[in-house]
Design a protein around this ligand. Structure first.
Ligand code: PLP
Length: 406
């Protein structure tokens, strides 16, 4: 089992989130299952980023957690939002995000989505030549120059990253060697060319690998700009900062990555001198700030093994069940939230309420003896939680969400 992230407390044996007891939070929300996000922890993350990356802009990738109150609060702390659908674009604009600070990436954008983005004045990160042509045509029809950046499929990836988004044949971005021609086409068509978006991987914990990828990204952007013969207004370096989920994983050394990037920026190619550099982060900003709370409904023994059966499961927190990109199922950090002061005394497995063997929330854990009515806390639920889970599977009850610490 991984380590419970820093920033949580306990009061009389009851877990606290943002200084509030979880039993009171459940009462406030009305019931379990419930996601609670501590905005105080998100704010600390932003502060740490600012300290480590002076002069680099920070964007929030909405898909990590689009909960409206969280989005409304985080957009005041960051320099922009990255959305990956017209639905996310609407969520961002509804919360008051200035359109000129929003960029829209993602394959398979429909004409209606392109039109919505162009009308709103957000930057489209073009994923292909075909998409760029459609955006240009829509801009001409609307008599409005679309803001177009080109997403580059780099010829490298972040070594050891959890999810590969670049390198080789990919549905994302335009292969690097075809990018200069596309940029020339965008400029010739009278569109507002905004620059490059180069996203090489996700969930990276190895600072050295991130540093290498960022250096390679700067070099690639400089080479492409020189080939185009124009300086990009912006360069989105991607993100990919990971968080430790499992036993033995270590937090990313942020200062190490920041110092190296600042060094590389100080010696950057002249063509990038006035380019605004930004990094887009999802998981690293919000992942550790969220906790998924569920209640034990049943306690049973089968062939000598104890099962704690909860009212939640993979329909809310798919990732903790091991079915969201993991190769081998491993346990997220878990606690019996109302027995934080009790020592572990027994081995038990925590499962969800879905009638499928996939619905496992913790295998063979050493926990204090727990009973129906007790609360289970599953940590690291702030990113790719509720909206990355099959919520309508089995028509189970929905989960609540609560933001504290604003
Ligand atoms: C998913 C995604 C992100 C966020 O990735 P994290 O690993 O959560 O930081 C950023 N940019 C793009 C283009 C994405 O698709």
């Amino acid at each position: 089992m991984g380590t419970i992230p820093a920033g949580f407390g306990a009061e009389e044996g009851m877990l606290t989130i943002g200084g509030r007891r979880v039993d009171a939070l459940v009462a406030e929300a009305g019931d379990t299952p419930l996601f609670v996000y501590d905005f105080g922890l998100v704010r600390q993350r932003v502060d740490r980023f600012r300290a480590a990356f002076p002069g680099v802009q920070l964007h929030y990738a909405v898909k990590a957690n689009p909960f409206a109150p969280l989005l409304g609060s985080i957009l005041n702390l960051v320099d922009g939002l990255d959305v990956a659908s017209a639905g996310e674009l609407r969520l961002a604009l509804l919360q008051g995000a200035p359109p000129e600070t929003v960029s829209f990436a993602g394959p398979g954008k429909r004409d209606t989505e392109l039109e919505e983005a162009i009308r709103a004045g957000v930057t489209l990160n073009c994923e292909s030549e075909g998409e760029a042509e459609r955006a240009i045509a829509i801009g001409q029809r609307l008599a409005k120059a679309p803001k177009l950046a080109v997403r580059v499929n780099p010829d490298f990836e972040i070594r050891g990253s959890g999810m590969r988004m670049g390198g080789g044949a990919k549905p994302f971005g335009v292969d690097a060697e075809r990018v200069p021609a596309l940029v020339r086409r965008i400029v010739d068509a009278g569109a507002d060319w905004r620059g490059f978006h180069i996203f090489a991987g996700s969930q990276a914990l190895d600072a050295g690998a991130l540093i290498d990828a960022q250096r390679a990204t700067l070099d690639l952007a400089a080479n492409l700009s020189e080939a185009v013969g124009a300086a990009p207004a912006t360069l989105n370096l991607g993100g990919g900062f990971g968080i430790p989920y499992f036993h033995g994983e270590q937090s990313l050394d942020l200062k190490f990555v920041g110092d190296a990037l600042i060094d590389n920026l100080n010696s950057r190619a002249q063509v990038l001198e006035n380019t605004v550099i930004f990094i887009e982060l999802g998981r690293w900003l919000v992942g550790e700030a969220g906790v998924y709370l569920t209640r034990i409904v049943d306690r049973k023994v089968s062939h000598g093994k104890t099962f704690l059966v909860t009212d939640g499961g993979m329909h809310h927190q798919l990732a903790a069940s091991g079915n969201f990109g993991q190769v081998v199922r491993r346990n997220y950090p878990v606690a019996i939230a109302n027995r934080m002061d009790e020592p572990p005394t027994e081995e038990a497995s925590i499962v969800g309420c879905l009638c499928t063997p996939l619905d496992r929330l913790g295998d063979d854990l050493l926990v204090p003896s727990a009973a129906p009515g007790d609360l289970i806390a599953i940590f690291l639920a702030g990113a790719y939680g509720l909206t990355a889970s099959p919520q309508i599977f089995l028509a189970q009850q929905p989960a609540g969400e609560l933001l504290v610490g604003v």
